[in-house]
Design a protein. Structure first.
Length: 339
């Protein structure tokens, strides 16, 4: 049977002067046909949002884009974020909700309960518990944030370099971290801070950075070792990329997620540790305002005036819980195994 003639001119004329039209049939190299449907492809590219897992114009979202999308839909992240935002605001401007002076006391009002204008009552020295609780947030947030930044920066640099270069540097760092892991944190604080006479937060922050960086260093080391074995890093190395470029451009952005998760969860732990050291009398000292100091002073009046202990302890618990919840939400969003 003779094959039907293919009128190439008719096919071209059917597309019009502008090129191939919708539904046009073009011959393929194997004798079949291919539906070009150019107009449908163009329409898909012009849509503002693509299918699940893609961003605008159908482009695939990055890990950070997926994480932010998941965080915005997570009620745990929203609740903890609002609590932390409130704590940050009152830490920067405590006078917005507390007009009194946390160091102004009246012994005639010692241990009194709630009064008009003083909803939390008075402590053993006659100081307003509400005002001291509000101003104590500044100390806790400052210690937690500064310690976390210092630990994350110091530990990430040391651990990342050890994981990337390996060899003797890696072995030396591993032995140093083993030594620091063997030091009890509270006992180390009792020894180290007992000789410090400063009443500021910086000795406490320095001590917690000194004992907190090994954990982040271990996490960063393992993450960098995993990232440097990926194909894109090997390709960059084969193309002659320098060590600094591979670290900053290819490895660090893909190895930083575990560090962020651990640091966020640890922030609440640092706040709790500062309160513990202040409770034991080796952390912050009067006239500094701290929840740990107030809890320590109120512990001997817990039967006669429980409100002195309830409010600062409650504020401490809510703050630590908010940061732990935030860390859990960030961990769930950045963990590819949960997708």
């Amino acid at each position: 049977m003779p094959e039907p003639d293919f009128d190439e001119g008719a096919a071209i004329s059917a597309t019009g002067a502008g090129g191939v039209g919708q539904g046009a049939i073009a011959p393929t190299g194997t004798g079949g046909s291919m539906d070009l449907a150019i107009s449908e492809g163009a329409t898909l590219e012009k849509t503002p949002g693509g299918p699940e897992g893609t961003g605008p114009a159908g482009k695939p979202r990055s890990l950070w884009g997926d994480a932010w999308r998941d965080l915005r839909r997570n009620p745990v992240f929203i609740i903890s974020g609002l609590i932390i935002l409130f704590l940050v605001v009152i830490s920067l401007w405590p006078s917005l909700i507390a007009s009194g002076n946390p160091l102004k006391c009246d012994l005639s009002k010692a241990q009194l309960g709630s009064r008009p204008g003083h909803p939390f009552g008075y402590d053993g020295q006659g100081c307003d518990v509400y005002t001291r609780t509000v101003y104590g947030a500044r100390t806790s947030v400052t210690v937690g944030v500064c310690t976390t930044l210092g630990v994350a920066l110091f530990g990430s640099v040391l651990g990342g370099l050890a994981g990337f270069f390996g060899g003797g540097w890696d072995a030396l760092l591993s032995r140093i971290t083993d030594i620091f892991f063997g030091i009890p944190v509270v006992l180390g604080g009792l020894v180290f801070l007992s000789v410090v006479t400063s009443t500021t937060v910086w000795p406490v922050i320095g001590f917690m950075i000194l004992l907190g960086w090994p954990q982040i260093a271990r996490i960063a080391r393992g993450s960098v070792i995993t990232a440097k074995q990926n194909d894109y890093v090997q390709a960059a190395r084969a193309l002659g990329a320098t060590n600094s470029r591979m670290l900053l451009r290819h490895i660090a952005p893909n190895a930083v997620a575990p560090v962020i998760v651990v640091a966020t969860i640890a922030l609440g732990t640092y706040i709790s540790l500062e309160a513990t050291l202040s409770y034991l009398g080796v952390g912050l000292k009067p006239p500094s305002v701290s929840w740990g100091i107030d809890i320590s002073a109120a512990s001997q009046y817990i039967r006669n005036a429980p409100h002195m202990l309830l409010w600062p302890a409650g504020a401490l618990a809510v703050t630590v819980l908010a940061f732990i919840m935030l860390g859990d939400a960030v961990r769930d969003a950045l963990d590819p195994k949960l997708r």
